[in-house]
Ligand binder design. Sequence first.
Ligand code: NAP
Length: 337
Amino acid sequence: MISVAINGYGTIGKRVADAVAAQDDMKVAGVSKTKPDFEARVAIEKGYDLYVSIPEREKLFDEAGIPVSGTVEDMLEEADIVVDATPEGIGAKNLEMYREKGIKAIFQGGEKHDAIGLSFNSFANYDESLGADYTRVVSCNTTGLCRTLKPIDDLCGIKKVRAVMVRRGADPVQVKKGPINAIVPNPPTVPSHHGPDLKTVMKGVNIHTVALLVPTTLMHQHNIMVELEDPVEADEIKARLDETTRVMLVRASEGLASTAEIMEYAKELGRSRNDLFEIPVWEESINVVDGELFYMQAVHQESDAVPESVDAIRALLELEEDNMKSIMKTNRAMGIL
Ligand code: NAP
């Protein structure tokens, strides 16, 4: 049984902790927080050992009556591997600590590829991370692009991809972020960073993207146009996406016409935190016109890349050589369709 430390127990970290706890080949060594808030208290109630990210703050936890088991460095002593889910940029700074401790580490998409040296997606390049010391699970948006473009590339080859990424302005808990009444080209420069990020895991794909922020917290939404190498019918694309795990076809005609209704569907599925790990693709949007494929999908940014963190643990520790075996194991434990 592998022991996994989760450094940073926020939006991503708490989901990774629960996903790890659900597997039968790994357990949670501990989770870390800087603040003794409700999330820290719930972590203890769930039975996770809690560690303090900033040692000087230990007394704040004492004052709040939240017991801690030590500092992050103490947590690393208890673990075989660490998943770093700290805010953007802090993970890369933590790399030195992990190196000194001689512990393997998985980072999240907020870190730059160059700072970590290797990026990961379960479907596109699992093998590259086999036995590596460090890897970075690509961002929620890049994971979403990869989940659908990889099977399409396998089916009929991709000449060129253009995508318009409509991004949520903030996560539901982020009360101080926006926009609340604007559409913001973000970044205003074209193309956006999402194309280069995809190339860190799907090498050589010809992709350019533009991105906008909009006033919603629920999901991102992608509008994707693909020039194909080999001619295929829209039905073949639908069939391939339908049989691809961690992708689901949804129908606007069944009442799933928006991100709000898709999130309601996740609630109906009884998912913890209403998470949707799969990438929903609107079936009606899939069309091939003059050799060019069009489709629209959504991304539940808080959860879609979480199963990839579990697979990355198996890749780094070489617990599973075959990506599909890890993917199916993770899926079964997390109830992924
Ligand atoms: P988050 O919700 O802000 O959570 C960050 C966690 O790290 C919190 O538990 C925080 O503890 C802890 N932390 C803060 N400062 C720290 C420090 N100096 N040292 C150690 N821990 C510290 O962030 P997130 O949204 O989960 O993002 C984590 C990573 O995942 C980022 O790289 C992000 O880009 C990436 N990501 C995010 C999303 C998303 O939509 N949210 C999607 C995919 C990938 P306290 O709360 O106690 O301060």
